[in-house]
Design a protein. Structure first.
Length: 82
């Protein structure tokens, strides 16, 4: 599952280093944490500092999937219909 921390920071106009400072870690520590396996405590701190719920930090899965053609590199969107 992918985290949306950078995207949310951008939407809210918060610099990544400022977010790190708010939650009491270094910029590098925050980057390593969100790119690795952050603890629930860290996710709660990030969500609180950004004013969002923990669930909002995660990318939502959609009913569409994108694949890339290995020959031409074109993206192809697949839709799941019920």
């Amino acid at each position: 599952m992918k985290l949306r921390v950078k995207e949310i920071c951008k939407e809210k106009g918060i610099l990544f280093k400022d977010l790190a400072e708010k939650i009491g870690v270094t910029d590098i520590g925050l980057r390593k944490s969100i790119n690795g396996n952050p603890t629930l405590e860290t996710l709660e701190k990030i969500a609180s500092a950004l004013g969002v719920g923990v669930v909002d930090l995660f990318e939502q899965e959609s009913d569409e999937a994108v694949i890339v053609c290995p020959n031409c590199g074109k993206q192809i969107t697949l839709c799941i219909k019920e």
